[in-house]
Design a protein around this ligand. Structure first.
Ligand code: HH2
Length: 286
């Protein structure tokens, strides 16, 4: 009996006043890059008022989360100082939580940024380094009783696409996520989400292998998030530039949902919400 109860409640996570059963359906996370240089929307939402407006629009389009980032992590990008990241994200987070109850995550690898963002109303930390870059991050997330997304990345954004190689990409990514998730739980973090890190130190074949074998990440026992939106693996398959990757993103989102992803991180919320709902219906059909 206990086992069944545990299984049922295991993926029920709370984000402030919002409670989601991450096993019941798929959830859409809208991307908000408050940066001048992100790979697909750099500069568009650099002003706080434009960023807040976009976040509210995404919430109205059905975003289940809004992920706010103040540092681009596109291949080749350089880190920005924490003061600059804070200046970009804090007014935006405050503006969103004032207007909507949609859970906000902070996309950062820095514990000072995470700390301030959580104080400003964010309820989840999205760490693309999987809690490895900043030694203070684990304690910060635990202290705030925040949720965390642990993402796999090989190397750093500056160097990660310089000939990445693996003996067994799915096995290595899985082992990393398992190790970091277990460390997070041990540090007192109870709501952990894992992410294979599409495009972060991976070739086209690595990305496709991870997406094809998402089920192996599911067996870790944590909800899985995937971020395929507009990424270069879609450009490589379809030979299309970043502004023409909507259909490729839709195919990837559908595949992720069918293979058990709980959350998809996307730019095109309205469209991908429809894709995710359709894929949910296909996944759960009797
Ligand atoms: N991808 C990007 C940034 N953050 N976080 C998670 N958890 N998973 C991802 O796949 C992921 C992420 C890169 O995409 P984007 O935010 O659109 O671009 P940029 O890093 O240039 O701002």
């Amino acid at each position: 009996m206990t086992l069944i109860a545990t299984e049922i409640t295991k993926y029920v996570y709370t984000f402030g006043s919002i409670r989601y059963d991450l096993a019941a359906r798929s959830y859409v996370m809208g991307i908000l890059n408050v940066t001048p240089d992100s790979f697909s929307d750099g500069g568009v939402y650099a002003k706080p008022e434009h960023a807040i407006e976009r976040a509210l629009a995404m919430a109205d389009e059905g975003a289940d989360f809004v992920d706010v980032g103040g540092e681009s992590t596109r291949p080749g990008s350089m880190p920005v100082p924490p003061e600059m990241e804070l200046e970009r994200v804090i007014p935006v987070i405050r503006g969103i939580v004032r207007e909507r109850s949609v859970p906000v995550s902070i996309d950062t690898t820095k514990s000072v940024v995470a700390d301030e963002a959580l104080k400003a109303g964010a309820t989840m930390v999205n760490d693309i380094s999987g809690l490895t870059l900043d030694p203070g991050m684990m304690e910060t997330v635990a202290r705030h009783r925040s949720s965390v997304i642990i993402m796999h990345m090989k190397g750093t954004p500056k160097t990660m696409q310089a000939d990445p190689s693996y003996r067994d990409v799915v096995g290595e990514v899985r082992s990393f996520l398992k190790r970091q998730a277990e460390a997070a739980v041990k540090a007192g973090i109870s709501q952990v989400i894992v992410d294979p890190g599409i495009g972060f130190g991976k070739t086209l074949d690595h990305n496709l292998a991870l997406l094809r074998n998402l089920g192996q990440l599911r067996t870790l026992g944590y909800p899985v998030l995937v971020g395929p939106s507009r990424k270069s693996f879609i450009g490589a398959v379809l030979d299309l530039p970043v502004d023409q990757r909507l259909e490729g993103t839709a195919a990837a989102v559908a595949a992720c949902v069918l293979r058990g992803a709980s959350i998809v991180r996307v730019h095109d919320v309205k469209e991908m919400k429809r894709v995710a709902r359709m894929a949910d219906a296909l996944r759960t059909a009797p």
